[in-house]
Design a binder for this molecule. Sequence first.
Ligand code: GLN
Length: 194
Amino acid sequence: RPRVGILALQGDVREHARVLTELGADVDLVRRPAELAAVDGLVIPGGESSVIDKLSRAFGMRDPIRAAIAGGMPMYGTCAGLILLAERITDGIEGQQTFGGLDVTVRRNAFGSQVDSFETDLDIPVLGEPPVHAVFIRAPLVEDVGAGVEPLAALSDGRVVAVRSGALLGTSFHPEVMGEHRFHGLLLDAVRNA
Ligand code: GLN
């Protein structure tokens, strides 16, 4: 069984744990470097990216996570987790850092002033049918996609909301809150192939 960690410093850890458990993974909550070393893949949940950033530094997790990314550990970030996997962000708070790994620029709270939250159905070719019912909660947007990065999903106006690059996967939205299992399935595939 794949052993997958969830970075459990802040955010919607429980929803991810339920999806991964339903998919048959062994799930560990990860707050310490030794806990990260024991897993084969990592979910970075939704929540507040600036808080997860600060706590990851306070818990001595920033460098181990960056090393795991560099070493090819499969990871999946939703919303705040996508922000944390981005090499570059816009509209971060003062001093906000990311782990990096995805060669993208992500705009935090990109839908902020008009609509804080919305839901829409997305056709996602790598997942096939049915479309994903995507929930966006103060969501970020992928504004710039580097050469090695595969856009997996876009809104009807073409703006990118899901990407994959090597063993890293990120979505602006929250499949875990809808019981949508297919993105976590991609993460488990990457863990099995790693
Ligand atoms: N706006 C949050 C942030 O900047 C992300 C929101 C979410 O994860 N649903 O981290």
